[in-house]
Every structure is written in C-alpha cells, then in structure tokens.
Design a protein around this ligand. Structure first.
Ligand SMILES: [Zn+2]
Length: 340
C-alpha cells in the first residue's frame, strides 16, 4: 500500500526534477519483443508492447531525448567526447524475429539508432531458449485434459521431489524453473510432448543470420547476449570469460566490427567487476557491458538500462516511458538510501 503510494508520488513528479536529482550522461532502455500477435514462446514470461505502443515510445524519445548510437557512447567513454544533453540508448535483447519484422521498420521511420544483443545459440533458430520452452509448456499445461493433467502433476512431483497438486501448482512450478533449470524444462517438454524442433522450424521465433546482417546494413549495432543465455551469477570466472569472449567473437564477423558490446542475460549480479575489467583489458574484441539495473550507477564500462517491455500505463497516443523512468529513478533512490 505504502509502496504504491510512493510510486504514485514518484510517477507524478516531473521528470525534469528526477533528472536534476539523479544526473546521468545517458539513459538506457531495453526491450525483448514488440508484437501485435500472441507469442506462445513469450506470453507466459512477460507482457510486451504492440507495434502502436512501441511507435508511441519512439515518438516520445524523439520529442524528449537525443537517441544515440553505441558508437557515440564508446567515443564518450573512451575519448571523453561530450554527449548531447538527455542522451538515450535503445536496445533489444535475445535476437527475436520481431526485432527485424516489427521494430526495425519503425526505428528506421523515426531515425532512431538501436543496438540488438543476440544470443548465439538462437541465430537461425538452431536452439530454443529455456525460458521460451517453459512458456510453451505453460501453454500446453493450460489446455491439458483433466485426465492427463493428474498423471503429469504426479510425474513432476515424483521426479523433482516436490508437492504439486493442481494445474496452477504445475504452472507456477514451470514458471519458477523457466529461466534457470534447463534439464527440468526439457523433462517437462518431453512429458508434455512438445515438439521444440518443429516449433523452431515452423514458427521461426528468432532472427536468421541474414536478417542480422540486414540490420547491420541498415546502420544498427549488433552486440552479443551470451552463447546460450545462461545465468552468469552462478558461473565460475573461467566460464564467464569463455562465454563473453566466445559470443563476442561469434558476433564480430556478423557485425563487421572488431569490438562487440555485450549484454548480460537476466543480469550481471554476482559477476566480479574487477574480473570484467581485466577481461576487457586482455580481450580487445569485448566492448562495453550492458546490464538491467535501471539507472543504477556501476563501473564506467557497465551501462545500465531500464526495462521498456511492459505495457502498463501506455494509453492510445501516449507512451509509458516517463512512468518507467520514474520507477527506475525511485528504485535507484531507495537502493541508495538503504545502503547508507
Ligand atoms: Zn535475454
């Protein structure tokens, strides 16, 4: 209740006030997907914006910010090149097909630069992300006949030594393992008879290498988003290095640039910043890092970004980005106060 009251206060304060209180050279935004279609591999993971809502966001950005390229950000970082006031950098994570089919034409129409962070395993629909498979599982569980459901619930409960008793229990359990537990999601796919290769071949949820090359020709920046979309916080330093360097090297021939930016899947929580600094020193192919902590200040090589996917607060003709920003400013303020 109190949280909601504070949020209402925060979102009604003018952004200019927040900007003065919390100075930032550049604000980062990240999306995953924009679509007018219900996407079975996404829809149980997070809500996303329609093409019209995304267009309203772009209009808002053009009117209130100076959208910059990744190259301009690097110039600022490396050579102290001044950025225009109210600079913003727009990004998409994962490499989903709608980056090309829906976001690209709108970004071109409004002349807004964008960086697309690609998961290597997804290029050309070679593999499906664990969280995307889990969304397909939720879809399947939701429509299971009662007679089959009880068998599936019992199998999962036995196999994972957990106590599930209903459809809702099973859906919640699936969502809870979606991002992290690859073998659990694969087990469930098998149990529910989900044809992942068939879905990849028919639906083609991710961009092809040709589409990624098309984005490069359009002038967009391509970055890496890991080899297989694992959570980095639980990896050893050696594994982190192998994944970051491997994925940046895989992107370099596509992007045509020797140095490739990298966005962490989920977040960079638990990853040593000293180790990342050292890694960048030793590997010239690794560019700046991108994280998902709103406007939180990190090391100079780490750019934080606000989540712009969620459509709440969007209205016909009105973007919700101001509201998303107010939330991020508030989150940063609360984090800083609680660390004092
Ligand atoms: Zn991701």
């Amino acid at each position: 209740m109190l949280g909601r009251f504070i949020e209402r206060m925060a979102t009604s304060a003018p952004l200019s006030l927040w900007r003065v209180v919390t100075k930032r050279d550049v604000l980062g935004f990240y999306y995953h997907v924009v679509s007018d279609e219900p996407l079975p591999h996404i829809r149980h993971l997070y809500p996303y914006k329609s093409a019209r809502m995304f267009e309203n966001d772009l209009k808002y950005l053009v009117a209130n910010f100076n959208p910059i390229t990744y190259g301009q950000l690097v110039e600022h970082h490396n050579r102290g090149q001044r950025l225009k006031p109210r600079s913003a950098i727009l990004t998409f994570d994962d490499g989903l097909a709608e980056c090309y089919s829906v976001a690209r034409p709108l970004l071109l129409r409004y002349g807004i630069p964008c960086t697309f962070f690609i998961t290597i395993d997804y290029i050309g629909n070679r593999k499906m992300g664990t969280d995307h498979k889990a969304s397909l599982c939720v879809d399947a569980v939701a429509s299971l006949e009662d007679s089959v459901l009880s068998d599936v619930v019992e199998s999962v409960s036995d196999h994972f030594d957990t106590e599930l008793s209903s459809r809702l229990d099973l859906i919640r359990w699936t969502v809870s393992v979606a991002a992290r537990d690859h073998s659990a999601v694969d087990y469930l796919c098998q149990l529910l008879d989900i044809d992942v290769p068939g879905y990849l071949a028919k639906r083609r949820p991710y961009m092809s290498a040709d589409e990624i090359l098309g984005l490069v020709r359009d002038g967009f920046t391509i970055g890496a988003h890991s080899l297989g979309h694992q959570e980095f916080g639980s990896m050893s330093d050696v594994e982190v290095e192998r994944d970051i360097v491997g994925s940046c090297k895989a992107i370099a021939p596509l992007s045509g640039t020797p140095q490739v930016p990298f966005a962490f899947p989920f977040s960079a929580d638990g990853v040593s910043r000293d180790m990342l600094q050292e890694l960048r020193r030793r590997h010239a192919c690794v560019g700046m890092f991108f994280d998902t902590k709103g406007i939180h200040r990190d090391r100079e090589f780490m750019v934080n970004r606000m989540c712009a996917d969620r459509p709440e607060g969007s209205a016909p003709g009105r973007s919700n980005l101001a509201r998303r920003m107010a939330r991020a400013y508030l989150g940063d303020l609360v984090a800083r106060l609680s660390h004092k």
